[in-house]
Write a protein that binds this ligand. Structure first.
Ligand SMILES: Nc1ncnc2c1ncn2[C@@H]1O[C@H](COP(=O)(O)OP(=O)(O)O)[C@@H](O)[C@H]1O
Ligand SMILES: [Mg+2]
Length: 210
């Protein structure tokens, strides 16, 4: 059977693409065979998994892919149930667009301020173009770095409503465990109790997307 493919994309850097990709892939790995494609030349996902120890490896294989994304992903699709693609933070190379062509969903992490959201505006156009080529593509905003214990600001709620991409109900709160687990080469699933609330967030996203 062919893998279900999810792209994590935003041309803006630092919005949480790699954090979401790694933890999403780790969560999906509990439901089937999962692969992470690192399509960002900066190689953050590969570096992250490389930080894990042999005794506690990252639970998902991370494969770095430069050009020919489609061909490479097709090669792996029959051997996996889920493939997550961590896209590069640029629209110029066409890699992000290629990822969208072969994905059932594109998750767009954004930071929780209207200013940051509008900085991601160009992706709306890219997604519209992608949906002409791939009618099955479902785009979703994922709000990241939500303030602990506080709700989304009114301004952000309004900005999200005006955006043409629906937002998932579940987002990621700003939590040290997301940063710390990365430094240990792990996902929030592998760090015991301190990862519990973060795991619940990722599980919520997985449920919505699947
Ligand atoms: N929900 C979060 N809580 C705390 N830190 C986060 C969260 N999401 C991302 N970060 C941190 O923010 C930085 C940028 O995230 P990253 O996933 O690398 O973004 P991108 O891949 O879009 O450039 C990293 O240092 C990461 O650890
Ligand atoms: Mg990244």
């Amino acid at each position: 059977m062919a893998a279900r493919i999810f792209s994590i994309a935003n041309q803006k850097g630092g919005t949480g693409k790699t954090t979401l990709s790694m933890n999403l892939a780790a969560g999906l790995a509990q439901q089937g065979r999962a692969l992470l494609i690192d399509a960002d030349p900066q190689g953050s996902a590969s570096l992250w998994s490389g930080l894990s120890s042999d005794s506690k490896p990252f639970p998902v294989s991370v494969i770095s892919v430069g050009g020919h994304l489609k061909r490479e992903v097709e090669r792996f699709a029959k051997d996996y149930d889920f493939i997550v693609i961590d896209c590069p933070p640029t629209l110029e190379t066409g890699v992000m667009q290629a990822a969208m062509d072969i994905s059932e969903a594109a998750l767009i992490p954004v930071l929780p301020s209207p200013v940051d959201l509008w900085a991601s505006l160009r992706i709306v156009e890219v997604l519209e173009q992608a949906r002409i080529r791939n009618r099955a593509l479902k785009p979703y905003i994922v709000v990241n770095q939500l303030e602990p214990r506080s709700a989304l600001s009114k301004a952000m709620q309004q900005a999200l409503e005006e955006f043409d991409i629906p937002a998932l109900e579940n987002g990621l709160r700003r939590r040290a465990v997301y940063r710390n687990s990365a430094m240990e080469g792990l996902s929030v699933y592998c760090i015991g109790k301190r990862g519990q609330t973060a795991v619940e967030e990722i599980e919520g996203i997985i449920q919505e997307v699947l």
